[in-house]
Design a protein around this ligand. Structure first.
Ligand code: CDP
Ligand code: CDP
Length: 233
């Protein structure tokens, strides 16, 4: 069966990476977390003391330190500049500054080109902010996940507690709101639902419910594909 590409976009903590990982595993597809790429450049900027508004400096980091992924049973490990950064790219300093880094056009151009290369052969579940609109405008399945800001903050709060990270619900909510605002108001490729994406409001939905809803859409797309192929033959 032909391998399709699946684009999953949406705001922070809408459940993109959790459901994308499960769907990729179920289908035997490759999972790609594009947020991890913007986070890695932000992490490198801190490490090498490049200012977040220094576009040329950030581009030089992208060119000097390729980001690589390895597929793990739990999802994906991220590496750059000789170290595994899977956990480090989730720290507060990176989270607070990643929206500024990701707003630079030249940074986006380079990372989008890398993302498109990963998906060239199909069989990719890619999550981010602009996958359906810019990175894979021809993806066969496009999903836009949302959830209320209260529920998204609550999800992050529980996740932090489970990881033993000291956290405060009101602060998390403010951070999520601010990142949503910056990501959806930037000039270049803002967070936006593609016209042909399916919107799923996951407020009150379990992870399994969301996975099932998306896998139903994927199955219908693959069936249509087979039917069209059979008609041609
Ligand atoms: O997982 P979380 O929702 O916290 O964010 P993420 O997916 O790791 O993305 C981190 C940041 O990278 C986002 O807030 C955006 O600023 C940026 N990003 C982007 O601009 N375009 C993408 N395709 C993915 C992420
Ligand atoms: O990738 P994104 O930032 O969109 O969100 P995530 O990291 O996949 O999900 C954030 C948290 O919400 C995780 O701890 C998930 O387990 C949880 N989650 C949930 O409770 N219910 C859902 N329907 C989806 C995610």
């Amino acid at each position: 069966m032909r391998k399709i590409n699946i684009a999953i976009d949406g705001p922070a903590s809408s459940g993109k990476s959790t459901v994308a990982k499960i769907i990729a595993k179920d289908l035997g597809y490759i999972y790609t977390d594009t947020g991890a790429m913007y986070r890695s450049i932000t992490y490198l900027a801190v490490k090498h003391q490049v200012a977040f508004d220094d576009e040329a400096g950030l581009v030089a980091l992208i060119e000097k330190y390729p980001i690589t992924f390895s597929q793990t049973t739990g999802g994906q490990a991220v590496f750059c500049d000789g170290e595994e950064v899977t956990q480090a790219i989730r720290n507060n300093e990176v989270t607070h500054n990643v929206s500024e880094v990701s707003a630079h056009e030249e940074v986006r151009k380079r990372l989008v080109a890398q993302q498109q290369k990963i998906a060239e052969a199909g069989g990719v579940v890619m999550d981010g902010r602009d996958i359906g609109t810019q990175v894979l405008p021809n993806a066969e399945v496009k999903i836009f996940l949302v959830a209320s800001v209260d529920e998204r903050a609550e999800r992050r709060y529980k996740e932090n507690i489970a990881k033993g990270i000291a956290t405060d619900l009101a602060t998390l909510k403010e951070e999520i709101k601010q990142r949503d605002y910056l990501d959806s108001h930037r000039e270049v490729s803002p967070l936006k639902q593609a016209a042909d994406a399916t919107l799923i409001d996951t407020t009150g939905m379990s992870i399994q419910d969301v996975v099932a809803a998306i896998e139903t859409i994927v199955a219908a797309t693959l069936e249509d594909d087979s039917a069209r192929k059979a008609e041609k033959e």
